[in-house]
Every structure is written in C-alpha cells, then in structure tokens.
Design a protein around this ligand. Structure first.
Ligand code: URP
Ligand code: ZN
Ligand code: ZN
Length: 469
C-alpha cells in the first residue's frame, strides 16, 4: 500500500521545504518534488506542515497510585494521543519491591499488547536497587528497555537513597542505559506535609505549599553531583517544573556534563494560582512536582529555546474528579479532607502538540523547527529510537502528521478522547491542529475521525541514547 502526501511543507528539526513524501508500506520511501506514484492513495497537504509524529516519552497508562489506577489504559490513552498528533509513547513499567525487572516489564507488556493503537516503548521504574536488580538492568537494556526511572521523592513508596542512585547511574552508563530522575527532596517534603496536616491544612493547594521549588532545585543539583561522581555519566531529569531546577541543569551542562531534562505543558501554561479554583477543583492540578508561580514559565520557555531543556513530554497520569465517569472508581476524591491522599497526576497526552505549537511557535517563543525537535526528534534520540522515529527521512517509519497551522481548536473535556472527566486547559483556544495522523504508513486519524484499531501498536525495542543533543 502506497500513500503520496503532496504539496506540503516538510518540517524537521533542521529544515523546512516544500516537497512530496511517498510512503510505501510502513516506511518513508521517497521525498522529492512532484513525485509520481500510480495507484497510491493521495493526501493533499497544500498549505499544511508535514511533520514527524509527536513522541511523548513520559506517560503512565493505568499507573497504580495512592489506592487507585490512572484512568487511561493503553487503548484509551494511545487513541487520545493519536488524536493529538502523537504517534509514539514511552510508558513506565513499575517494579514491585523485590520483584525481578523482567516480571515488571512483562506485566506492562501484557497491559499494552492488544490495546495500544500507536507504537510504544517502556522505561522501568526501579524501586529496589539490589545487587540482583543492578545485574538485571543489563538484560533490560539488551531487550529494549534502555532507561530506568528512580525517585528522590515519596519515601516508603518509590524513594531510593543516594547510594542506590550512585550504583544505578554507574551501571546504566556501563551498559548503555539512561537514568531518568524524579528530582524532589522527599525527606523534606514529608516533614512539610506532616506539619501542614498537623496544622489542619488539608486543601489541595497545600500539595504545592509543601513541595517548594527549592526541594526540586536541591534534588536536581544532588542528582547531577552524583552523576558527576559516578564519572560524568548521563542523567535525564523528568518533569522539570521550576527555575531552581533549571539553574542546576544549566550549571552542569555548562561544565560539559551530559545533563538533560524535560519539562511538560502543565509547567509552561498553568500556575500555582490554579490551586485556588473553587471548592475541591484545585485537586485537578495535584501532580508532582506541583505547579509553580507564573514567573517560572518564562524561564522554562527560555530553557527550551536555548537547549537547556531538550524535551517536552506530558507525564500523562489522569485521575477522575468524580467517581463513576465511564465506570471509574473514586480517584481525586480520595483526598477530600487530606491533600496528601489526592492521587498525583493530570491528563495531557492529547493536548501536548496543540498547546506547545500555539504557545511556542505561534507566540514566537520557539521556532517551528525547535518545536519539532523538542516534541519528536530529541525524544527519539535520547530514548534510543532515532532515526526509526522522530524525523521525516527515507527509511524512517512513516509516522507522519499533517498539521494545519491555521485551524483553531478549543480544548475541552466535552470533546477530548482521554478517559478522564476534566481537562486542565478547559476552554483554551489554540491555533494549529493535526488533520491527518499516520502511524507506520496507516492513516489512523483524519479530520477528527479515528481509523486505527486497538492492538495495532507495537512494542519498540529501544537502543542506547544518542547523547549529542
Ligand atoms: O504527579 C505525578 N507526576 N504523577 C505520576 C508519577 C510521577 O512521579 O511521574
Ligand atoms: Zn515522577
Ligand atoms: Zn511521571
């Protein structure tokens, strides 16, 4: 099956040019001017951008958290991703305490297989860094799970100590893996949470007040120092929210260290003021790290423009506000009367490309090429999927989005496809939207209609990170 995408402006991380793209089967076969292909299905992209599909390297489908599970599974979550122009995700498998990594990986593959509509990779959340687990990391990398998330927060649940971090950093570098770090000082946060609750401060906004930006800055700096002590090994900070943490990334990058970080739309568009929404509505924004004061947003945009931040992911981890939505149990409401029991996370896998094109490119904060780079090309490189994914090139997977730069879209829970009963950006009008979304040569979304099918998505065996970004 051949498809010819004609007349569009092809946009990659480095170039913009008018051209046609011929897709043969699952791959990009030819790029050129006035291509001919008898019998091919034709897609007219005149006046549109032809970009590599978005790559979201931070999602949590069905994540178990605080007594419940994130409300999107691999079917609903990847379908929503496709509607928003994302054609690959990397989700986090979670190791149970003492559990072999292979078992956790297989459990997540079971969740994804037969459900995912787009391709997916897996990271591994490592909760117990025993000698056995450190040895198992090698098998994981060889079998395509080449990145490992560690937590410096959530004592007693996910948090690991500095010795464990140091061991994992050293091992990951030896075997061509990458450590992804949740950098918040969990010990200090725990004390602040206990003090707040003892003073009867129970409202959602106390989630933010007990997780100050300094706790993120400290942990980020400590993580990079540990990476430096381990021999200057690569380290990737996930969901960076605060200027305090960005300062640390910049410091270590300026020293020539392989220091990388992602931020997420919620930190670029929402702020601590959202926690003041009436009643219990502040719970919509309970995520970790929390939303920050508005001034941090400008710093993060500057960080993206200057390559101190290399990736925009989502940390998609939805929990419903009300019990019963599409059969979901009580989720955010678990924290009525105690902010520390509100499941941490918010939806975003569908809205990342919309928000960042509008807020980034239309608002002149980043260039069109930089947008493609931070939402697709660099995620593919750092997570070992390039050039199979993340670019428009001959031989790459035909994961292609035809993007209409003039279309106006209003974000709303009434029309979104994520399985969650609210949208943090409700009512926001954005310019630019995907009109055709192709995954490995198959049109899976066209003009807001889904043509994919559950289970067509494949597990991607990822390689080692490409670090010169
Ligand atoms: O609040 C968040 N971020 N929930 C998901 C788990 C994590 O730390 O990424
Ligand atoms: Zn995290
Ligand atoms: Zn996360």
């Amino acid at each position: 099956m051949k498809t010819l995408i004609t007349g569009g402006t092809i946009v990659t991380a480095s170039d913009n040019y008018k051209g046609d793209v011929l897709v043969d089967g699952e791959k990009i076969d030819m790029i050129g001017r006035d291509l001919k292909a008898g019998g091919a299905k034709r897609i007219n992209a005149t006046g549109k951008y032809v970009i590599p599909g978005g790559i979201d390297v931070h999602t949590h489908m069905e994540l178990p958290f605080g007594g419940t599970f994130a409300s999107d599974d691999f079917e609903t979550g990847t379908r929503a991703a496709a509607f928003g122009g994302t054609t690959t995700i990397v989700d986090f498998a979670v190791q149970g305490m003492g559990e072999p990594l292979e078992k956790a990986r297989d459990a997540w593959l079971k969740k994804a297989r037969g459900k995912a509509v787009i391709d997916y990779g897996l990271h591994m959340i490592v909760r117990d860094v025993s000698d056995r687990v450190v040895r198992e990391m090698d098998t994981m990398v060889k079998e395509g799970v080449s990145s490992f998330k560690l937590f410096m927060a959530y004592p007693g649940v996910f948090m690991v100590d500095d010795a464990s971090i140091f061991k994992a950093l050293t091992r990951a570098a030896e075997i061509g893996g990458l450590i992804c770090m949740h950098a918040e000082n969990g010990g200090v946060i725990d004390v602040l949470v206990k003090r707040a609750l003892a003073s009867k401060h129970t409202a959602p906004k106390w989630h933010a007040l007990t997780r100050p930006p300094e706790a993120e800055g400290e942990a980020t700096g400590r993580a990079f120092r540990l990476a430096e002590m381990a021999g200057g090994v690569p380290l990737y900070i996930v969901h960076l929210s605060a200027a305090n943490a960005l300062e640390q990334v910049r410091l270590f990058r300026d020293r020539g260290l392989p220091a990388y970080a992602e931020t997420c739309p919620q930190y670029l568009f929402l702020s601590v003021d959202n926690y003041d929404e009436p009643g219990f509505d502040g719970a919509k924004y309970v995520m970790s790290p929390p939303l920050r004061e508005k001034w941090h947003q400008d710093e993060l945009w500057k960080g993206l423009a200057r390559n101190d931040l290399q990736v925009i992911s989502t940390d998609h981890c939805p929990f419903c506000m009300k019990e019963g939505f599409q059969g979901q149990p009580k989720q955010k409401e678990l924290g009525i009367g105690d902010f520390s029991k509100i499941p941490n996370g918010a939806p975003g896998v569908e809205t990342r490309m919309y928000l960042t094109y509008d807020g980034g490119v239309v608002q002149n904060r980043i260039t069109l090429n930089r947008w493609v780079e931070v939402t697709s090309t660099t995620p593919a490189k750092l997570m070992g999927m390039f050039p199979k994914k993340g670019t428009i090139a001959v031989g790459s997977d035909a994961d292609i989005v035809v993007w209409d730069p003039r279309a106006i879209h209003t974000i709303s829970a009434k029309t979104h496809h994520m399985r969650v009963d609210y949208n943090p950006y409700e009512g926001r009008k954005v310019k630019g939207k995907p009109v055709v979304v192709m995954s490995r040569g198959e049109v899976i979304v066209e003009k807001d209609t889904f043509f994919g099918r559950k289970g067509r998505g494949r597990f991607i065996k990822r390689g080692s990170p490409i670090l010169q970004t």
